[in-house]
Design a binder for this molecule. Structure first.
Ligand SMILES: Cc1ncc(COP(=O)(O)O)c(C=O)c1O
Length: 378
């Protein structure tokens, strides 16, 4: 472990050996199952480590032209794009960059078909389908919820408009084990199986928590192998979270300790601006050497420096009282964190650092300052 005392805060720190561990698991799955795994850039876009990731993963999936440009520039290999809708200017940016473009509706496919098929580039086109099988309880993370805009449902599916389409994509999961994929595949095959003989590939989307310790990788491998054999198709997976799961930390300092009905520590990191999923999801991130409220002798409500009353990370307890200057280390902060930060209140963005345990090297790769705040405004 790096020495938190040496880390300028706030700072995201990614541990390269933990990332390599995840990549080894994903590599094993790819090789044994005969599928291709892509990095979903929306979840983890620390491009400094893309050269390492591209040794294992086959490419990236992008949700926008900007992500596709980043993927092409910094990752290489295959660049796939899929979004709820594209504009014509999006298409003009994506065409020179992408190997796969997946449309979210037949309207979009038919509208852009002349443009994309006339481009002269060997792009493969897909349709995102929605099996309408919910596996996720939190509505904002459930692409299969009532009236979802994400993917074509079977009643809107136009089997006679598939000319030029070589694959289907479904993305239905969020932080799920393989049983959720298994159940989804049953419904997907029931609804869309009839057209799979006309397809060359199927993309199982993201949300597979493959690198979590209790994930059943053997079962995943068997499912993919069976599916490939049954339909003679290439299978893609495009996780974001599983690539960076448990590989990063957010190191913060205590700025002040105040009292209002309870002890409150104000940190130089903020739920609202540095870890918005804490509020959106919502969830309670773990802090190294902390306990739940009242579990250890000193309990504090931890909050950010912003004006938002709800900029609260949670209630935590510690062995020693907190004081200004103390460092706190939040765990599992690599995914859906640095890609989601904002400069609301002008709060400084966390630096981004890499730690290499084999050489004990700790390096701050990027620091942010006033120009990053100002450049987003005019
Ligand atoms: C289409 C698509 N693919 C892949 C992902 C990545 O999902 P995760 O990071 O949960 O694996 C998402 C996440 O929203 C998505 O919408």
């Amino acid at each position: 472990m790096f020495d938190p005392g040496e880390v300028p805060t706030p700072c995201f720190v990614v541990d390269e050996s933990l990332l390599k561990r995840n990549l080894d698991i994903l590599d094993m799955v790819q090789k044994k199952a005969g599928c291709k795994i892509l990095l979903a850039i929306k979840g983890f876009a620390m491009f400094h480590v893309f050269p390492l990731i591209r040794e294992t993963l086959h490419g990236v999936c992008a949700s926008s032209p900007h992500e596709a440009i980043l993927g092409r520039e910094e990752f290489g290999r295959e660049v796939h794009a899929c979004a709820a809708a594209f504009s014509e200017s999006d298409m003009n940016e994506l065409i020179p960059l992408c190997d796969h473009i997946t449309f979210n509706s037949f309207h979009q496919w038919k509208r852009f078909k002349p443009l994309v098929t006339g481009s002269g580039r060997p792009i493969r086109f897909g349709i995102r389908v929605n099996p309408e099988h919910s596996e996720t309880d939190t509505p904002i993370y459930d692409p299969c919820g009532y009236a979802s805009r994400l993917g074509v449902s079977i009643d809107q599916f136009e089997a006679d408009s598939l000319d030029g389409i070589s694959g289907l994509l479904f993305h239905t999961l969020c932080e799920k084990n393989v049983d959720a994929l298994e159940r989804t595949l049953v419904v997907f095959e029931e609804k869309f199986g009839a057209c799979l003989s006309r397809m060359e590939w199927v993309n199982f989307g993201g949300g597979h928590h493959i690198t979590r310790t209790d994930y059943d990788t053997d079962r995943l491998i068997n499912i993919i192998k069976d599916f490939r054999k049954k339909y003679n198709l290439a299978v893609y997976l495009e996780p974001g979270e599983a690539v960076a799961l448990n590989t990063g930390f957010l190191v913060a300092s205590v700025l002040d300790v105040i009292h209002n009905k309870m002890d409150i520590a104000i940190l130089d990191t903020s739920a609202a601006t540095h870890m918005p999923d804490v509020i959106e999801m919502p969830y309670r991130p773990h802090i190294v050497n902390s306990g739940n409220a009242n579990e250890k002798p000193h309990t504090y409500r931890l909050g950010g420096p912003s004006c938002l009353a709800g900029d609260i990370i949670g209630d935590y307890s510690f062995d020693q009282p907190l004081k200004p200057g103390d460092k706190l280390v939040f765990t599992d902060m690599a995914h859906y964190s640095m890609v989601k930060t904002t400069t609301f209140n002008g709060i400084k963005l966390p630096s981004i650092a890499l730690f290499r345990p084999d050489t004990d090297e700790f390096r701050v790769i990027r620091e942010f300052g006033y120009p990053d705040y100002k450049s987003r405004l005019s």
